[in-house]
Write a protein that binds this ligand. Structure first.
Ligand SMILES: *[C@@H]1O[C@H](CO)[C@@H](O)[C@H](O)[C@H]1NC(C)=O
Length: 366
């Protein structure tokens, strides 16, 4: 996962000269005036990446075989059952281990990753321990392990196929509101597109999509139909942990949570991929420990660092309320358990300096 998504700057190296000069036709005409220099560069590279995807792959229609290679992995107890996606509907609905009346959690891996790597499995196991949900993992390894721009192109085909399965499950009796997609990195945009296709097919929205540090390259400042967006489900919550490197810059959901300011660097991490995956690891922890992460609504990280955020608190992750709106900030520990409870809503150095001031005043009195 670390490899090709690495630094956004690497994007520049991929691009043939013609594409570098290509007008950013797919970039929305939003005001970029308030962006920093680094953000501006990132936005331009992302636009160029989309131009590559459009120019090189828009006519490519031979994804059929790759889509057929997709699999659905069902977690039953500690056992993983793998079905080709074409037979998944029949297999799931004919087994007692899939309970159509329960909520279904669908975990989607990212670029250069697979359904049974550590982080997606950790999420699945955390849900599995509750014995309350159907837990599925999407395996789109063949589609999402290509050259990054081609993987981005394939992500949409993966999402369409997944939406088809979800629509069939809904036809069979699953409530759309009980379908919750969780996407890691590029998987977050797969989830977004699956939500768009589901809405197209069924005329209603999925219950929830959770974006776990949605991929930034190719998606930052894209139009809402080109990436995960708050309209893709009844509730879209997003956790940011590696902004400006592998993660998207801007808020995408109804509620956006910024771990330690959203990164790019997370405490205890050296490699960007470590920071990138921290969002998913924190989410998995929240499933087991629902009150571990409390965030506070804030204008930005600078305000957080000055402890001037107000008192609009929100639980992040598993326990996040569907009515939450806005941008929320929190601190986390460098090692598991990452959650700090309410302590995470306060900037520590500020607390210390307040205490110091207080002591200074005492000294003055003395
Ligand atoms: C919050 O901070 C207090 C005081 O430092 C500490 O005793 C407590 O364990 C902390 N709580 C969490 C959840 O880390």
């Amino acid at each position: 996962m670390a490899r090709a998504l690495a630094a956004a700057a690497l994007l520049a190296l991929w691009l043939p000269p013609a594409a570098r000069a290509a007008p950013a036709a797919t970039q929305p005409a939003s005001s970029n005036a308030e962006l920093s220099f680094a953000e501006n560069v990132y936005v331009k590279l992302s636009g160029a990446c989309r131009a590559i995807v459009d120019l090189r792959y828009s006519s490519q229609k031979d994804q059929g075989e790759l889509v057929k290679s997709m699999k659905i992995v069902q977690l039953v107890g500690s056992e993983l059952r793998t079905f080709p996606i074409d037979s998944a509907y029949r297999s799931l609905t004919s087994t007692l281990s899939f309970d159509i009346s329960k909520q279904t959690k669908v975990i989607i891996h990212g670029f250069n990753d697979n359904a049974q790597s550590e982080v997606p499995l950790e999420l699945a196991r955390a849900y599995g321990e509750k014995n309350m949900f159907n837990v599925l993992l999407v395996d789109a390894e063949e589609l999402l392990n290509k050259w990054y721009p081609l993987s981005v192109h394939n992500a949409r085909a993966a999402a369409r196929r997944l939406a088809n399965l979800l629509a069939n499950l809904e036809q069979h009796g699953a409530a759309a509101a009980d379908l919750h997609l969780l996407g890691v990195s590029l998987g977050a945009h797969v989830a977004g597109w699956a939500g768009k296709y589901f809405r197209l097919y069924k005329g209603r929205k999925l219950g929830r999509i959770t974006g776990l540090d949605p991929a930034g390259p190719c998606f930052t400042h894209a139009y809402s139909d080109q990436r995960l967006d708050r309209h893709d489900a009844e509730y879209v919550d997003v956790i940011h942990s590696n902004r400006l490197v592998q993660g998207v810059i801007e808020p995408l959901g109804h509620a956006d949570y910024y771990l330690n300011g959203g990164g790019p660097h997370q405490p205890g991490c050296a490699a960007p991929s470590c920071s990138h995956l921290r969002a998913a690891q924190a989410y998995a922890e929240s499933v087991r420990s629902p009150r571990a992460f409390v965030a506070v609504r804030c204008a930005d990280w600078q305000h957080f660092l000055h402890n001037s955020c107000g008192t609009d608190y929100s639980v992040m992750g598993y326990g996040s309320s569907f009515t939450t709106r806005g941008q929320f900030y929190l601190r986390t520990n460098p090692d598991p358990p990452y959650g700090m409870g309410m302590n995470g809503t306060v900037y520590k150095d500020k607390v210390k300096s307040t205490t110091q001031k207080w002591m200074e005043q005492l000294n003055l009195i003395k």
